[in-house]
Design a protein around this ligand. Structure first.
Ligand code: NAP
Length: 175
């Protein structure tokens, strides 16, 4: 069965964005490593579908660049109805039942982009198979958590750890 993989970056204190949703700290000059993509391109080869909460979609859409995943099937979860939009399909169904069905379909692996609300619901429903989390050596102090409030306690297996010269540490967890 195709796997659901959370591939995401977080601060040391477990935030994925500032309280206003910004992720400028990820692109900070201090962390620039010429030619390093932290496995992003090879990961992209393995997936054909993405999953996003609507808050994450709004951040992606607001970035000053063309939509970054035009060749993927992109599902955006929302509780309200939206007019059709380029590159994405809005899903008003419960993410848990939707992803259960999606995993049964033929296809490559599925990238859970985030954010924290979607991560929490899919993790609690045991629908996440792997997490590749790149920890940025930074304490934000406040922000949007990697897993929203309500996430269940869970023990994880660490499959791999990669360290980068800029201090990024990428941990691959199997669930
Ligand atoms: N650091 C990184 O690598 C990274 C990666 C991804 C995201 N992020 C950040 O994460 C932040 C967003 O995270 P978040 O936790 O606030 O929100 P989120 O999980 O991205 O999206 C939450 C939204 O998803 C929809 N939703 C949630 N549960 C649902 C359900 N059961 N049924 C239908 N729709 C549902 C709702 O949309 P409606 O309000 O439309 O109903 C809800 O407001 C952004 O700032 C983004 O930049 C960072």
């Amino acid at each position: 069965m195709r796997q659901v993989i959370l591939y995401i970056a977080a601060s040391l204190d477990g935030y994925i964005a500032r309280p206003d949703g910004s992720i400028d700290w990820l692109e900070d000059e201090t962390y620039r490593l010429e030619g390093e993509d932290y496995g992003y391109n090879s990961f992209q080869q393995a997936i054909d579908t993405t999953l996003m909460g609507n808050s994450t979609y709004k951040v992606v859409k607001g970035m000053e660049m063309p939509f970054p995943y035009p060749d993927k099937t992109n599902y955006v979860f929302t509780r309200s109805s939206h007019p059709e939009a380029a590159f994405v399909k809005f899903v008003q169904e419960d993410p848990v039942s939707f992803v259960k069905q999606l995993k049964k379909q033929e296809g490559k692996d599925i990238w859970l982009i985030g954010g924290g609300q979607l991560n929490m619901q899919l993790l609690n429903a045991r629908l996440v198979d792997e997490m590749i989390i790149t920890f940025v050596p930074l304490i934000l102090g406040r922000g949007i958590p990697l897993f929203a409030s309500g996430v269940s306690e869970k023990m994880l297996k660490v499959q791999d750890v990669a360290t980068y010269r800029n201090g990024f540490v990428q941990v691959k967890f199997k669930l």
